[in-house]
Design a protein around this ligand. Structure first.
Ligand code: UGB
Length: 428
């Protein structure tokens, strides 16, 4: 029996000819015109949103983002408002990132006004970023979906809020991924940073800026521990090269415009809400699922080691750097005097071989890893990192207190709660 021919109730809900073979030829011309007009209107609205000044840059992220308007401004103001005990009004870039989330929460806890910005790109699982955003919103922190390359958006933010500080954590991270997508490093770590500094230098008042550099700037150095006085002109990855470039760019903006700038060289930061592209995170996932993990080693089976640093210690360092940052000296794009320019190592001062990291994970997960040792690939990796932290200790009493075993325990607890279906029966 042929299906019953019920005409659709609205022109937009036409059913297909497959099931309603005799219907299409009965469409009246005025219905077709109405349908086409609606379709055209939809296309026009789509293009308007994509290319209006209120949208993000065309490279990243993939969706058109809308900002502005009285409601949006009032959300921005309310998020930036100081609470009891607060002193600073901070713009946190990369707020839905791993370090960004923890730093934003810590600032809010002590009463500072915080606004986040993040482009929510899909370098790794965007659900994790959305969940972090949700966590921030529960604490009253507004995270704007936008790219640091969007000058108008940044200018608008500075129009609405006279930020005292910028905590710049937005970046394209990961040393090995730089070979796959070099342009994303230039886009975020160089072009994005310059765009942010351009806006900061013209702001009135100019904010003080604390930003994330990286331990990777020490590149192929062999003298340990790494000191801020050591050479940093032999990066092993494009990621490292863009962070090193950031340090030189910081020097320029400090010199010409009087911006107060502090770079923090983070050493392999790990912990709850971490980055799934990092070894400790995907090792955990792969150990639980029984997938083989590859552990890199050097010549003659020598260990590859990292000065793994727990997130809470990094947060303490970030806040210390913000608290001791002096004001920028310029205004309206003009320098009025010399300004502060600093760089600090934020590490743990005790490198741990990657093999030991895996043993700790095996013990905590109660699952034996399926391991394969392999020569360290020449894709940006370095053999070891080790921080000398005496400068940060002197300047703002930075003192890491979490060893790798304690920190990984907290990470694993979080991981099993966040991914409940990942748990596996013990193989020990
Ligand atoms: O300090 C930084 O500035 C950087 O730290 C981090 O880089 P890395 O120290 O390289 O961390 P991560 O990839 O977790 O590899 C950890 C260890 O596992 C080894 N490793 C890695 C992968 C693998 O399959 N096997 C393996 O043995 C690998 O050889 C290494 O020894 C950040 O990702 C980076 O964004 C930047 O912030």
């Amino acid at each position: 029996m042929p299906p019953q021919l019920n005409p659709p109730s609205t022109p937009g809900k036409l059913k297909t000819d497959k099931y309603y073979p005799s219907y299409s030829h009965r469409l009246r011309p005025h219905r077709i015109t109405l349908f086409s007009t609606l379709l055209l209107a939809l296309i026009v609205v789509f293009f308007y949103l994509s290319y209006s000044p209120s949208s993000s840059s065309s490279l990243l992220p993939r969706r058109s983002l809308i900002w502005g308007g009285p409601k949006w401004e009032s959300r921005v103001r309310s998020s930036a408002k100081l609470r009891t005990g607060g002193r600073f009004t901070v713009l946190v870039t990369g707020a839905a990132g791993f370090v960004g989330t923890h730093v934003s929460l810590a600032l809010r806890r002590r009463g500072d006004g915080v606004i986040g910005i993040d482009n929510f790109n899909d370098y790794y699982d965007t659900k994790l970023k959305r969940d972090r955003k949700h966590l921030l919103e529960k604490s009253g922190i507004f995270v704007i979906e936008g790219d640091i390359n969007n000058k108008e958006l940044l200018e608008k933010l500075f129009d609405v809020v006279p930020f005292t500080h910028v905590m710049h954590l937005a970046a394209q991270a990961g040393v090995r991924y730089a070979m796959k997508n070099p342009a994303s490093y230039v886009h975020s770590n160089i072009a994005g940073f310059v765009n942010l500094l351009e806006v900061c230098k013209s702001a009135n008042p100019q904010p003080a800026i604390v930003w994330a550099s990286s331990s990777s700037v020490y590149g192929l150095n062999s003298k340990v521990p790494f000191s801020e006085k050591d050479r940093t002109d032999r990066p092993a990855s494009l990621y490292a090269a863009t962070k090193k470039a950031g340090e030189e760019i910081a020097h320029t903006y400090n010199h010409i415009y009087g911006l107060s700038l502090t770079g923090l060289r983070f050493f392999t930061v790990y912990g709850p809400w971490g980055r799934p592209d990092m070894a400790y995170f995907f090792f955990t996932k792969d150990i639980l699922s029984g997938k083989q993990i590859k552990i890199f080693e050097g010549l003659n089976h020598s260990s590859v080691a990292r000065d793994f640093t727990y997130i809470d210690d990094i947060v303490q360092g970030c806040l210390g750097a913000l608290d001791t940052a002096k004001k920028s000296t310029g205004s309206g794009g003009k320098k009025r005097g010399p300004a502060q320019l600093r760089v600090f190592n934020l590490g743990n001062t005790s490198p741990v071989p990657v093999t030991r990291l895996v043993s700790i994970l095996e013990k905590l997960l109660k699952v034996k890893a399926n391991k394969k040792m392999m020569p360290i690939p020449r894709n940006g990796d370095v053999m070891f990192t080790h921080a000398n932290i005496s400068s940060a200790q002197r300047e703002f009493r930075y003192k890491p207190t979490t060893d790798l075993e304690t920190g990984l325990k907290k990470f694993v607890q979080w991981y099993l709660k966040y991914y409940p279906s990942s748990s596996r029966r013990s193989s020990w």
